[in-house]
Design a protein around this ligand. Sequence first.
Ligand SMILES: Cc1cc2nc3c(=O)[nH]c(=O)nc-3n(C[C@H](O)[C@H](O)[C@H](O)COP(=O)(O)OP(=O)(O)OC[C@H]3O[C@@H](n4cnc5c(N)ncnc54)[C@H](O)[C@@H]3O)c2cc1C
Length: 430
Amino acid sequence: MRIAIIGNGAAGNQAAAVIKQIEPEHEILIFSREPHPLYSPCVLPDCLAGHLQRANVFLKDLAAYKREGVITHFDEVVESLNLNQQEIVSDKNRYSYDRLIIATGGRPFIPQVRGSRLPGTFTLKTLEDMDRLKQTPSSRVVVVGSGNIGIEAAQAMNDRGCQVTIIESLGQVMPRLFDEKPALIIRILLERTGIQVLTGETVREVRGRERVEEIVTDQRILPCDTLIWAAGMKPECELAAAAGLESGELGGIKVNRQMQCSKPNVYACGDCAESFDAVSGKPVLSMLWPTARRQAQIAAMNCLGQEAEYEGAFNMVVEEIDNIPIAAVGLKEDHLEGEAHILEKENGPNCWRILFENNRVVGMQAVGSLEYVGVVAGLIRKRFSRQEIEDIISDSGLMLRTPWTMEALRRYLPPYVIGGMTGGKPGSIY
Ligand SMILES: Cc1cc2nc3c(=O)[nH]c(=O)nc-3n(C[C@H](O)[C@H](O)[C@H](O)COP(=O)(O)OP(=O)(O)OC[C@H]3O[C@@H](n4cnc5c(N)ncnc54)[C@H](O)[C@@H]3O)c2cc1C
């Protein structure tokens, strides 16, 4: 059987690896518009900052594909798909396939304002983007968007000695991941490094004669020589849509729990695919590396006829700002729809919040210490109720076997939940 994989990122490579592991006899073709073997986009900001050698962003070399028996078609753009004929048309050739896995990733969203693509404007998605940014002399940098890529790009340029301003159109930084209070601490951490943060402000125009000279927002004019668009990622799904594959409500390629698309023998995984959130069950464009790998594993297994169901995308992002770790797991406050309870604690620059919806733990955010984030993430992933947590705690056998769990829970849960252990009296702390 010939399996074609469009995309040489985390998803495409994981799909190829799983297929070769289970049934190595199949022929695998892997396509990429980029010329490089697999690299990690997650470490591009570190490389940009100068903390990591360029050679170390690569996770594979060309010889590794040969060893695995994967046929590479790099620097080759797939231009169209003929799903009825089971055929791929690229800018170099036509290829038939028996199964197709689409793993085309995402692309940065660039707002349609005047001057948005002037020389001196960049995105940070690919290795080429990073190379271009690194080769261009910059001193005053504006980063538009304060998601994790925006924050990392801003810190990298700051570490390069540039004067950096972040512009975020919403009222707080990292609005997709953090609630207002932790976001405020994150903002302070950013400002402490010398980065200027402007929230609730929107870019209206980018001006310059030969290259960017200033940014016009709805509130001011900011002189700058470099602009980095980090205003979000869009799933790269034009190819799939043009071939007649259905899109989801968020604009990604629609897949079922087997990662199958709306036509037979076609699967999608990674940033291009629209799946569902493991905690809320709602449609989601996860855009995270572990999600891409897990979805690829499910797609690969189903494409070989093995039954595997995706359990949903689990949101978990860990960052570091000025050497202070921050983490967001599961849902945030404005996602909660049922009866909501929030446990929170602030201690100077440290803070954590745990979110409950209908008595189930559904989210956590932490700034300053990530000591127990893993334990609580496990509880969120398994959708534990407060009652179940209480039962675990009151099971002294379990406590003896895993005292570390008890210590973690003691720190995060209200006294009445662990009252059975501590002799504390029930009472609400909300
Ligand atoms: C700067 C940055 C930092 C990040 N940090 C984190 C992080 O800390 N944690 C985390 O979990 N995630 C992070 N991510 C996100 C993570 O990198 C992505 O979720 C993951 O790489 C997605 O993998 P993918 O295989 O779906 O897509 P991609 O890696 O985007 O790969 C898509 C592939 O498709 C190919 N392609 C697309 N269209 C065509 C076509 N028509 N023809 C041929 N080839 C095509 C591309 O060439 C590419 O090889 C970060 C991303 C960036 C950019």
